[in-house]
Ligand binder design. Structure first.
Ligand code: MOS
Length: 743
């Protein structure tokens, strides 16, 4: 059986009302939060890239004559004059990671439409755009391959294997064998990618929009060929990222190189159309799933063979079978993955990489198996609940998938479902009800943090992680409050700057889980520093006592054997000693890839969707979503709920709208703007009921928190397409669902 979850010590179970607003809210809504491209420095120049208009070939000539003569132009960079840019070496953990490995302008070869082939730097943005348009590029080109039927010439990689799935499948009485396709999807954070680079003759200051400032610093230092301490990366606020801002992209190097060469600050803003070609995307996936079961529904075999497209020059594996090996109990299983090369920009992580397209395929197949078995899809899942992670052969740290399904079924009213296609009606509409499971990795990475208790009664917590819009500022203040009793309005949180102690990436949904142990360690060390100050003559607040006699409760220091109310506020102790701050440096190790791990750590959930279908006018709507999430202890329910709701909205987009289309003749992404790349809007979004089970996972950290950034997107598309099947009888296996599929 899954391990029973331990319970939190009572003093940590604060935050009962869940109404804590974001501490960064006021600076955001008043417009004083500085995003990367808001930085305007004295003497700043503007860089505008020139993008290739072919997807496969070579530059044969670059005519800069008229561009150079245009007003305000300071320089035009290209392969011939960009100077030294290096490739970064193999990554070490989460340091040195970059998906598009070739530095800009490294050669004259073009491998995707829109690849930067030159960049103009001018006094104004308008002058730079005009001159970039005047650069004449001649190419020799061949037909690009952007075809959407994927085949691979490379041997597939076996991601997980147990038993004899081929034999078990061949002899099984009930089978599903289907192929599921998810399209290329493009990250569309509202804040565009942007870099403002400032070279002072020795060191760079880079204002970036980055989900990982420390990695960005490391990669930029390597590629620019300067020591790491000569690069400072600042990213205080982000208008989201969805994974597209995890790792650096070529524009950041163009801005930095130009600043170094021209000895002036340079701003480069990636435009919305470039966002579709130069800064990654979720690759197209094509996944064959084979399931076999007994007539009673016991799984006998699972095979999940996935392909995803990657670019010509880089290997990006989506990892679609991430969740396959541990989702269900099955004796025979094989999951493989392979790449298909296309003339597209290099793909990258997009919210829930791997698990999101992977669970669309797996959970759709489970629903198809339930139909084949004439079995309720929840009952089928309950029957195949594993007692441990059968892929890793380890216990789960905390898995409550069954409770997610049952709680969701109650909230949704699943007991009223009639299984027949089109059998449910309401107000003249046909209803479809679908369900899917979801899961996501729960890890933490090594982090460090510094904490100060200050003489004015305030606290300061600093770490080089980022708040990408998810609420990290607030959650760090929560960690401080839960461990010291110091309220939000007396806590300063400082993030997004490589001058701070190295912190976690804002990715993998593990920023919070990673910060907790480092912050708690820093707090405890600062308290020890304070106890030393409180007992040190001549200005001791506790003369004649030892540090070991003292305790810290609700912002006060008191004798361990005395009540907390008798204590002295920490600010008074510092003031008496004439010391500005008692500091502590905290550090923690990561769990990711830890060979000594004893538990499989994941979050789980159940997604329920209702669609309404009006065949007379071919109108399909998602009318209701219920989601139940088991993501450990929820530190702050309000932003956590925001995360799940936002992910569900994205899931509706994934199911019904999102798809990047490439022109087969030129390899250009053609719906490269917010009008033609269709996303879910408010009008597409029904009421979303989010429930957190809130079982702390103390294997991961002392507050039992996992993460909520990505799991809410997993499973939604399968729940919706299963609901569409229930309403219409049409099983859509290639996203997004199109109305013409249903006619
Ligand atoms: Mo997430 S795709 O790890 O930003």
């Amino acid at each position: 059986m899954p391990l029973a979850s331990p319970t939190l010590p009572p003093q940590m179970s604060i935050n009962p009302n869940g109404k804590q607003p974001r501490i960064d809210g006021p600076v955001k809504v008043t417009g004083s939060a500085m995003y990367a491209s808001d930085h305007n420095l004295p003497g700043m120049l503007y860089a505008v890239p020139v993008c290739a208009t072919i997807a496969n070939g070579k530059i044969t000539a670059l005519d800069l004559t008229s561009a150079k003569a245009m007003p305000g132009v300071k320089a035009i960079y290209h392969h011939g004059n960009i100077g030294s840019l290096f490739r970064s070496g193999p990554p070490q953990g989460f340091s040195g990671v970059i998906d598009e490995k070739r530095p800009p302008f490294e050669d004259e070869v073009v491998r995707y439409y829109g690849q930067y082939v030159a960049a103009v730097v001018a006094l104004t943005y308008e002058q730079a755009i005009a001159a970039a348009n005047a650069v004449k590029v001649t190419y020799s080109s061949s037909a690009p391959d952007v075809s959407t039927y994927l085949t691979s010439t490379e041997a597939p990689k076996v991601d997980s294997h147990r038993g004899d799935p081929d034999a078990a499948f061949a002899s099984a009485p009930v089978k599903v064998d289907q192929t599921y396709v998810t399209p290329t999807e493009t990250h569309n954070p509202i804040e565009l990618h942007a870099s403002v680079a400032d070279w002072d003759g020795q060191a760079f200051t880079l204002y970036e929009t980055s989900q990982a400032v420390v990695n960005h610093q490391n990669v930029m230092a390597q590629m620019l060929g300067v020591p790491q301490e000569n690069v400072r990366v600042i990213s205080r606020f982000l208008g989201s990222g969805f994974g597209g801002k995890l790792w650096p992209w070529p524009h950041a190097l163009i801005a930095a190189s130009a600043s170094r060469d021209l000895k002036r600050p340079v701003k480069l803003v990636v435009t919305r159309d470039m966002m579709f070609q130069n800064v990654g995307h979720r690759p197209q996936t094509q996944q064959r799933v084979r399931l076999a079961a007994t007539p009673q529904g016991k799984l006998l075999a699972v095979m999940h063979d996935s392909l995803n497209h990657t670019s010509i020059l880089d290997d990006y594996s989506e990892g679609c079978s991430e969740a396959t090996a541990y989702s269900y109990s099955v004796p025979n299983l094989r999951a493989t993955s392979a790449l298909a090369r296309r003339h597209v920009g290099t793909p990258t992580s997009m919210r829930g990489p791997g698990a999101v397209p992977g669970l669309f395929a797996l959970e759709s197949a489970v629903d198809e198996l339930a139909v084949a078995l004439k079995m309720d899809p929840i009952a089928l899942r309950l029957l195949n609940e594993p007692e441990k992670d059968e892929g890793l052969n380890m216990p789960f740290s905390s898995r409550h998938f069954i409770e997610c399904l049952k709680t969701g079924a109650d909230k949704f009213g699943w007991a009223n479902r009639t299984p027949g296609v089109g059998s449910m009606k309401k107000d003249g509409l046909t209803l479809g009800w679908g369900v899917a499971g979801c899961s996501w990795i729960a890890e933490r990475m090594g982090a460090s943090a510094s904490f100060e208790l200050r003489n004015d009664g305030t606290a300061r917590i600093a770490t080089a992680t980022q708040d990408i819009g998810t609420g990290t500022y607030t959650v760090l203040a929560n960690i401080v409050r839960e461990n010291t009793g110091i309220p939000h309005d007396r806590t300063e949180v400082v993030l997004g700057d490589t001058n701070l102690p190295a912190g976690a990436i804002s990715g993998g949904s593990w920023a919070t889980a990673s910060c907790i142990p480092a912050v708690v360690d820093a707090i405890q060390k600062a308290q020890q520093t304070l106890f030393g100050i409180a007992t040190a003559e001549p200005n001791a607040s506790f003369p004649g006592k030892k540090a070991a006699d003292l305790a810290f409760t609700d912002g006060k220091v008191h004798l361990k054997d005395q009540p907390a109310a008798s204590g002295i506020p920490f600010g008074d102790i510092l003031t008496k000693a004439n010391i500005r701050a008692a500091a502590g440096d905290g550090k923690s190790e990561g769990t990711f890839g830890d060979p000594k791990r004893k538990f499989s750590t994941h979050s789980f959930g159940a997604q329920f969707a209702e669609v309404t279908w009006q065949p007379e006018i071919a109108r399909l709507r998602v009318s209701r979503v219920v989601t139940v999430i088991d993501a450990g202890h929820i530190l702050n329910p309000k932003p956590a709920r925001n995360q799940i709701e936002g992910a569900v909205v994205m899931g509706i987009g994934m199911a019904l709208f999102e798809e990047t289309n490439y022109d087969p003749r030129f390899g250009a992404p053609i719906n490269n703007n917010l009008a033609d790349y269709i996303m879910a809007t408010n009008a597409d979004v029904p009421s979303i009921d989010v429930t957190f089970l809130d079982y702390p996972d103390l294997v991961l950290n002392s507050l039992g928190a996992r993460g909520v950034g990505e799991i809410g997107l997993a499973g939604i598309a399968a729940a919706i397409t299963s609901a569409v099947y229930h309403a219409t009888g049409v099983r859509v296996r290639e996203l997004p669902v199109r109305i013409e599929d249903l006619l």
